[in-house]
Design a protein around this ligand. Structure first.
Ligand SMILES: NC(=O)C1=CN([C@@H]2O[C@H](COP(=O)(O)OP(=O)(O)OC[C@H]3O[C@@H](n4cnc5c(N)ncnc54)[C@H](O)[C@@H]3O)[C@@H](O)[C@H]2O)[C@@H](O)CC1
Ligand SMILES: [K+]
Length: 540
């Protein structure tokens, strides 16, 4: 039996379990490395009571998780290596890797460990970690994908520790408990090469727990793209810092639970990362808190233009998100006023046009709007505007660029593809590039919805935010409407667009997890759980 490669969560599969950990039992996320690295565990939120224990056990009280590009990592590593004895950094990586793997095994002694070894230092990490495990009594076999170019020091260490080179790769893989994927790390590009594909597939099909070294081989570290075949890991042990690909789909999906091992890189990394993920403490810090003398205008009033004869429910759901989003009041303009009032009597409803609805500090326009009017008019206002769903159709970049106040666009991949004039698959495959391209095209902040929602600031120098609380239960009709109302409310409360978008995505995902408890959840349930999610982030 092998422990669940939870890394970020400490559960052990306590009953006899297959050597392969079922996906449903795998957690996703990170925790500080054994040497106390500054990472955070996943915002996985399954066990919600008692709250404090839950928040702590998920590491969500820690703040911002950062990811850096390969070039930045290499520069930081070079600086650090220049001050350390040769090979010291790799030994740190290998020690952290071996410790993480040992933590997955009930007993290291007697465990069957297979190393997939490529031609670079990623293979070196695997070999040195294999040597450490072999010294503790594991049976370690190395499958060399490029025998002439395998890391010589690592290979010598493995042999000296009693490990061996496998003569029958598929034979050893068939009976492995754990496979370490050391084919490529940050030096890999373009998916697995053909010779690596059969062994990667055999590892996946073997029932062994697959642990990726630094990154799942075959994924693009900088972008999260997967351009060919890649290793599907149950867990990834990454060194020094997260890489963007570990946090962004589709690569994120290949990484399994991610654990960060501290190799001392932190002080060498720039203060501004390429990508960042909020954690509980960050969200708690950003959430608006009404002051003693606050009135509704000081707290912010959000106007919602949503719904149509065809989609009346969208109005109710967008308003539901807005009501729970921290603004002092919600105004509604559109054909769904009766339904909105029936559900939320506290909402102020107004006749057309939006410009005569009274003072607002932010507008949300688009959910369920159909072909309804209003986008051009709302864009002319001098307050922040969030444009979602139908409001995005035919959206004029010049009209957005000409605005005096910020704009937040919240497309899903299909809508983003139309705005960019590309196929939906292109956006889904290259989410980071797509969200940046959209932000540049519109001069706006863009929230690209998905399992790893991304928020790119209008200012390209700022890091893209990736949301860590996403859950597939959110793929339900109307959940985007709730998100737009929630983000709009936060905009009205005075958050910057990038904060409003990323905090809304965080609360939205957390609310879905709290409401779902692993079962299907409706958009209304998600809206109803926002206050719990809000409170959860503030729980010390
Ligand atoms: N630089 C350092 O100080 C440290 C590096 N470390 C490890 O070193 C790794 C980077 O090592 P390298 O720069 O040697 O690069 P990698 O080992 O990641 O990969 C480069 C090698 O893989 C081959 N390759 C590239 N694309 C491939 C593909 N699609 N399929 C198969 N083979 C492919 C290349 O020909 C090259 O030989 C990190 O990911 C990390 O695991 C760690 O030991 C920590 C310290
Ligand atoms: K790897």
């Amino acid at each position: 039996m092998v422990r669940a490669p939870s890394c970020g969560r400490t559960e052990l599969l306590s009953r006899p379990a297959p050597r392969r950990i079922p996906r449903s039992a795998r957690s996703r996320g990170e925790q500080p490395g054994p040497a106390g690295a500054g990472g955070a565990r996943p915002a996985g939120v399954r066990n919600v009571t008692p709250r404090k224990r839950h928040a702590r056990s998920h590491g969500m009280l820690l703040s911002m998780r950062h990811a850096y590009s390969v070039d930045t990592v290499r520069a930081a590593e070079a600086e650090l290596m220049a001050e350390l004895p040769e090979g010291a950094l790799m030994q740190r990586a290998a020690a952290g890797l071996a410790a993480a793997v040992a933590g997955l095994l009930p007993r290291v002694s007697g465990a069957r460990v297979v190393l997939l070894v490529g031609s670079g230092d990623n293979g070196g990490d695997a070999l040195y970690a294999g040597a450490r495990l072999a010294r503790r009594g594991a049976g370690v076999s190395a499958v060399l994908l490029a025998p002439d170019r395998a890391h010589q020091g690592g290979l010598t260490a493995l042999r000296a520790a009693g490990g061996r080179v496998a003569e029958d790769p598929f034979g050893v893989l068939a009976v492995a408990d754990v496979v370490l994927d050391g084919i490529t790390g940050i030096g890999g590009h373009g998916g697995l090469r053909p010779d690596a594909v059969p062994v990667a597939r055999a590892a996946r099909g073997s029932g062994a727990t697959v642990v990726a070294v630094d990154l799942p081989s075959g994924v693009e570290a900088d972008t999260g793209e997967v351009r060919g075949e890649a290793v599907r890991a149950d867990a990834t042990v990454t060194f020094g810092t997260y890489k963007p690909g570990l946090l962004v789909d589709p690569a994120h999906e290949y990484a399994g639970a991610v654990r960060l091992v501290d190799i001392g890189l932190g002080p060498r990394l720039p203060s501004v990362p390429d990508l960042e993920a909020l954690q509980h403490a960050d969200v708690a810090r950003l959430l608006p808190v009404p002051a003693a003398e606050s009135d509704k205008y000081r707290r912010g009033v959000v106007g919602v233009v949503a719904g149509s004869a065809r989609y009346p429910g969208a109005a109710v759901l967008a308003v539901a998100g807005a009501v729970h989003g921290g603004a002092g009041a919600v105004r509604y303009v559109g054909p769904g006023a009766d339904a909105v009032i029936a559900r939320f009597p506290e909402v102020l409803v107004h006749g057309w046009p939006p410009s005569r609805a009274g003072r607002v500090q932010a507008w949300v326009i688009g959910p369920g709007l159909g072909d309804g009017p209003g986008v051009a008019e709302v864009l002319e206002s001098d307050v922040p505007v969030l444009v979602d769903a139908d409001g995005l159709r035919g959206l004029d970049p010049d009209a957005v660029r000409a605005r005096s106040a910020p704009t937040l666009l919240t497309p899903h991949a299909g809508e983003a593809a139309v705005l960019l004039g590309v196929d939906r698959g292109e956006v889904e495959g290259a989410r980071l590039g797509s969200v940046r391209a959209l932000a540049a095209k519109y001069g706006a902040t863009v929230l690209l919805k998905g399992s790893t929602t991304l928020v790119a600031d209008a200012d390209a120098r700022r890091p893209v935010r990736v949301n860590p609380t996403g859950t597939s239960w959110l793929a339900t009709a109307g959940s985007g409407d709730v998100l737009s109302g929630l983000a709009g409310s936060l905009l009205a409360a005075g958050l910057e667009p990038v904060d409003a978008g990323s905090v809304a995505a965080y609360l939205h995902g957390l609310a879905a997890r709290l409401a779902s408890q692993g079962a299907p959840v409706s958009a209304q349930d998600v809206a109803g759980a926002i206050p719990r999610a809000w409170g959860d982030t503030r729980t010390p």
